[in-house]
Design a protein around this ligand. Structure first.
Ligand SMILES: Cc1ncc(COP(=O)(O)O)c(C=O)c1O
Length: 423
């Protein structure tokens, strides 16, 4: 299925380029849970791209929203006293979804921007509180928080941090245990709470292999943050906007973070947009009085009008088609479909929460080969850390298609092992 012959200029992300050039898959169209390639194959998108296409591909309504906005006004910046109407409207709307009262919203272009913004704001908060030593950002082992300087520095996936000449591009960062809250408490003690600004955590670790939190873990993080005057930041770039069957995973776990990060599902990928929701504890001092400090942060495209208009139309679709409830219902369907995988010889473990799952293949199976074979069978799978296959389809997928994904995964694993044995 290699195509895009003749195109050599694009340097792909996270890619071994010599191999990619021989086997690039060029996607040119999409509809619902499917995408099409430049050579005409129609592929079932089991991952919703990079966990982004929640409402599915090819929504005319979102193209129209982009067209309408650009026809009227492409964008206007939100620096100083200026703003644009689309950004103002969207901020009010997403503030209403926050898992805490009276949120304020800072927009950026995607998830990595949201991570940078939140980490800077956490550090700024403690400087203004008169606790200047509180600078360290804690993140979980196996976490993925994008690849800007802060995201790279706090990555829990070692390969993403290595090779830049120092352990952390931003100096004050450290990892906490991903599953054992007792060990987290020990790390906080060792580093000293007076040095720690924030804990940044994905409610369900995504790229690190789909790791749902053990019972009590997230609640434990919330307790430790409160006891030690540490800010809690929920990275809901994957889990936000319905993926766990609630608007935000924080609702599902009863979490009230100080900041919440969003991207991907806010537009379902129809425009690059991310942002953070900020709780009053942080924003209040910036919003009142002549002496109010300025948060010196922002991008030309913070609150880009076209992206915000698309986000609003995307949220209209989520609500009109009741897609968050649909995702909640599909959790059970996926769970059932994965039953066969749980008892399969070639599967080490199945992990699922909401409408996302990771199927960890047995160590003997070459997961990359499985994804390649599945692609030939018409299903896009993606390999995460730990020989784990990502399943996170668009919310518009149906039961039969979910069964197709699981069957393609297991059949491809069997075929991969047969090839391994034969060679
Ligand atoms: C949990 C999480 N945070 C942050 C990011 C970074 O987002 P982006 O790639 O939009 O910069 C990602 C991307 O996959 C993510 O999964």
């Amino acid at each position: 299925m290699a195509n895009s012959a003749g195109s050599h200029a694009l340097w792909s992300a996270q890619a071994h380029m010599p191999s990619v050039l021989q086997r690039r898959v060029e996607i040119v169209g999409g509809d619902g849970a499917y995408v099409t390639t430049s050579t005409g194959e129609r592929l079932l998108d089991a991952t919703a791209g990079l966990w982004h296409a929640n409402v599915g591909h090819g929504r005319e309504e979102l193209a129209q929203a982009a067209y309408d906005q650009i026809s009227r006004l492409e964008t206007y910046h939100v620096f100083g006293r200026f703003a644009n109407d689309a950004a103002l409207r969207l901020a009010d709307r997403v503030a209403g979804y926050a898992p805490f009262a009276d949120a304020r919203v800072i927009f950026g272009s995607g998830g990595s921007d949201a991570v940078d913004t939140a980490c800077k704001l956490a550090r700024r908060h403690w400087q203004l509180e008169g606790k200047p030593s509180k600078k360290v950002i804690l993140s979980r082992e196996y976490a993925y928080h994008g690849l800007h300087a802060f995201g790279t520095s706090i990555a829990g996936l070692e390969p993403n941090r290595e090779g830049y000449g120092s352990d952390s591009l931003v100096p004050e960062t450290a990892r906490i245990d991903s599953v054992d809250i007792g060990k987290v408490a020990m790390t906080i003690d060792r580093l000293g709470a007076s040095n720690i600004a924030a804990i940044l955590a994905e409610p369900v670790i995504g790229t690190g292999g789909v790791i749902p939190p053990p019972p009590g873990y997230l609640e434990g993080l919330q307790r430790l943050a409160a006891e030690n005057e540490i800010l809690l930041i929920a990275d809901e770039v994957i889990t936000g906007f319905g993926r766990t069957g609630a608007m935000f995973a924080c609702e599902r776990f009863g979490l009230r973070p100080d900041m919440l990060l969003m991207a991907k599902g806010i537009t379902s990928g129809y425009a690059p947009l991310g942002g953070i929701l900020v709780a009053p504890r942080i924003w209040e001092r910036f919003f009142s009085g002549q002496q109010a400090p300025v948060f010196r942060h922002g991008l030309t495209y913070s609150g880009h009008a076209m992206a915000c208009a698309v986000a609003e139309a995307n949220l209209d679709i989520l609500s009109r088609e009741d897609l968050v409830s649909r995702a909640a219902g599909l959790e059970g369907v996926l769970d059932q479909a994965l039953g066969q995988a749980r008892s399969h010889d070639l599967v080490q473990e199945v992990r699922q929460l909401g409408f996302l799952a990771g199927v960890e293949l047995a160590a003997a199976v070459d997961a990359d080969a499985v994804a390649d074979i599945a692609l030939e069978r018409g299903v896009i799978l993606r390999i995460l850390r730990g020989n784990t296959v990502q399943i996170s389809p668009p919310f518009v997928i149906d039961e039969a298609e979910i069964a197709t994904i699981v069957a393609a995964l297991l059949d491809s694993a069997e075929e991969a092992v047969a090839h391994q044995r034969a060679s």
